[in-house]
Every structure is written in structure tokens, then in C-alpha cells.
Design a protein around this ligand. Structure first.
Ligand code: ZN
Length: 350
């Protein structure tokens, strides 16, 4: 229990133990060709295996990968934290291949592996549909293939792909997700088609990791300016591992220029602040706020709504120690909203 509640954990990362685990879920052509090519696993390099951030020390097994078996997730997360429901967001790099068909083959295999090896074996688990965002056509096909299975509660992509997420060629994905009652999750990570910063490639992992927050801001600006939220008013976007203390400043700036530049984007006929409050949500952990309780409360006050933040542990990533990932000092009613009410309101299928 966390503060006496059984939380809904919106960001949990099972690891694919290796390419071999996926081969039974691939069509023979893809299984053969990936083996023949000697393809290595597509673990997202946003979380290198040996980085301390990738797994909390007490969640790192002696052999093999963290969070690679149901037993690990049950004994380290679901049972000790009394998790009511956990949404599995598998960070397997299905966005990495340049081949759209190969991306789709990987996405299908990971999704079917998740359904069979995880969802079938513990009723507390739900999952995101991974999509080959390289091709909207193939992404829509994958969403439609799995939408009948209500244990898939959202569609997920990485924050940095080939093109900006507001661009019109992505809209068929949003149309399908809205029609089928699935939010779009955008998780930190990249297919590395573009540098992680707007001014070029960085030298160190820490630069890449810190820069993810600005990538989220760019994508939110793109979704706002291109009119995605107005075109799909019933579609929710969930920013996972985006951090959110940047949001008040970002919205202050965006709203200021929106007022002055309405002629630039007249289709955005609602305040960006209202749009975000209606349609965008953010995962709690990793929390990038200050340590002082009064300052933390100020940040939540500046968000302007107590419905924006969804509980997450980001298990097995090392974002907190001990057994309580909540920032200190949050009042009980806000804690209840973050842990239970907000996830339920965000995910129609929960
Ligand atoms: Zn995460």
C-alpha cells in the first residue's frame, strides 16, 4: 500500500529477455531473416543495460535482465507495493529499424509476447500497444488488430521519432486511437534519427537523458500548433517519463505567443492551457521537482489542475529508493487522485 491505497501504476517496464523470446511470435520469414542477419536485440539505447539508472540495485538480478520475468515483477513491484493495476510499457526499440515492415514485425511480436507471457498470467497487468510509428498505415493495422483485447489500454510511441508528432501523416494513428478509446502514450526515448538536442549531438549519456524533457516540450508544441487536440477532442495523450515541472513555464510562454499570433494558428481556438488540462496527462515518476515540501506544493498549484498527474514507479528504473515514490507533503485528496482517480479517468478501459 502507498498511503493506505492500492495504486494504479501507469509506467512499468518489462524487459524482453532476448530476441529468442520473440521469435516464436514472428512470421517464419521474419524469424528466419532476423536470425540470418544476426540482428541484435533492439533494447532502447535510451536505457543502456549497464547504466545505474536502468535498474535500481535491489531490482537488478545477478544474471539476466531486470524485470525480465513475471516473478521478478510480482515479487519486487506488484506484491510489495500492493499495486492494483500495472500498465506494461515495453521499451523495445520497434521504432529503430528503417524498414517499416521490420518495425511492424517487431511490434507484433512484442505485443503478442506481452499478451501471452504477461497479461495471460496475472490479472493485475495491462499493457500498451507498441506501434511501428515509421508507417501510419502499419501502425493503424496493429492498433486495430489488438484493440479487441481490452487488456491493451493505450497506444505507445517514443517521444523522438523521424518527424514531429503533430504532423499530419501521423493523424491516422490518432484517428484510430480516438475511435477505439485508446489514449496515446508518448514515452521518453528516441529512434535516433535526429540529435537529442536542437543544436546537435551530445557527447554524454547524461546530456541525452536531461534533454528528453525539452523534446517533450517540442512535441507538445507540435501537437498544439498543428491542431491535433482540436481535430481529436476525445483523444488523450499521456506523457511518460517526461517530467512535468517544466509545464507551467512552457504553457505560460505558449499561451502568451498564442494570444499574439492567433492569426498563425487560427484553428487553435481554445486556450492551450485548457487544451492541456482537458487532454494531456503526465506520469509522476521520475519527479524532477525540488525537495522542499512548500516548493513541491507550489509546483502542483502552478499546474492549475489536480487531474494532470498519474501515478508511476517507472520500475525497474532507478528513480527512487525505498517503498514510497511520492514527493513528500502532498495532501491526501491529491494523493488519492494521483494514485487512483486520475488513472481511472484517463484510461477508459480500466
Ligand atoms: Zn518509463
Amino acid at each position: 500500500m502507498i498511503r493506505g491505497l492500492k495504486p494504479i501504476d501507469c509506467d512499468v517496464h518489462p524487459s524482453v529477455p532476448g530476441l529468442k523470446s520473440l521469435l516464436p511470435y514472428m512470421e517464419p520469414y521474419w524469424a528466419d531473416t532476423l536470425v540470418q542477419r544476426g540482428m541484435h536485440e533492439l533494447d532502447t539505447i535510451s536505457y543502456p543495460d549497464n547504466s545505474p539508472l536502468t535498474a535500481r540495485a535491489d531490482w537488478r538480478p545477478e544474471n539476466g535482465k531486470p524485470a525480465a520475468t513475471l516473478e521478478q515483477v510480482q515479487s519486487q513491484l506488484l506484491d510489495p507495493f500492493s499495486i492494483d493495476t500495472a500498465i506494461l510499457n515495453c521499451l523495445y526499440g520497434v521504432q529503430l529499424p528503417f524498414s517499416e515492415d521490420m518495425g511492424a514485425a517487431y511490434a507484433r511480436a512484442v505485443n503478442d509476447w506481452i499478451a501471452k507471457e504477461w497479461l495471460d498470467r496475472d490479472p493485475r497487468l495491462r499493457a500498451s500497444i507498441l506501434i511501428p510509428v515509421q508507417s501510419a498505415e502499419l501502425a493503424v493495422a496493429e492498433i486495430e488488430r489488438l484493440a479487441g483485447d481490452k487488456r491493451f489500454v493505450q497506444v505507445m510511441t517514443l517521444v523522438a521519432g523521424e518527424t514531429m508528432l503533430g504532423r499530419r501523416h501521423h493523424w491516422p494513428i490518432y484517428e484510430a486511437a480516438e475511435r477505439l478509446g485508446l489514449p496515446i502514450a508518448i514515452h521518453a526515448g528516441s529512434s535516433y534519427r535526429n540529435p537529442p538536442t536542437p543544436v546537435g549531438w551530445s557527447s554524454y549519456y547524461i546530456e541525452d537523458y536531461v534533454a528528453q524533457a525539452t523534446t517533450f516540450q517540442s512535441q507538445l508544441a507540435s501537437l498544439l500548433a498543428e491542431g491535433v487536440f482540436r481535430k481529436f477532442p476525445d483523444l488523450k495523450f499521456v506523457m511518460l517519463e517526461s517530467r512535468f515541472t517544466w509545464l507551467p513555464g512552457f504553457l505560460w510562454r505558449f499561451k502568451l505567443y498564442w494570444r499574439g499570433l492567433t492569426m498563425d494558428i487560427p484553428w487553435v481556438d481554445l486556450s492551450p492551457v485548457e487544451i492541456v488540462q482537458n487532454q494531456v496527462r503526465f506520469s509522476l515518476t521520475p519527479f524532477d521537482g525540488p525537495e522542499d515540501t512548500a516548493d513541491i506544493l507550489k509546483i502542483f498549484e502552478h499546474l492549475g489542475s489536480d487531474e494532470l498527474v498519474l501515478f508511476s514507479t517507472d520500475y525497474p528504473h532507478w528513480q527512487f529508493d525505498g517503498d514510497d515514490p511520492l514527493p513528500p507533503g502532498l495532501p491526501d485528496d491529491l494523493v488519492r487522485k494521483i494514485l487512483v482517480d486520475n488513472p481511472r479517468q484517463t484510461y477508459a478501459r480500466l
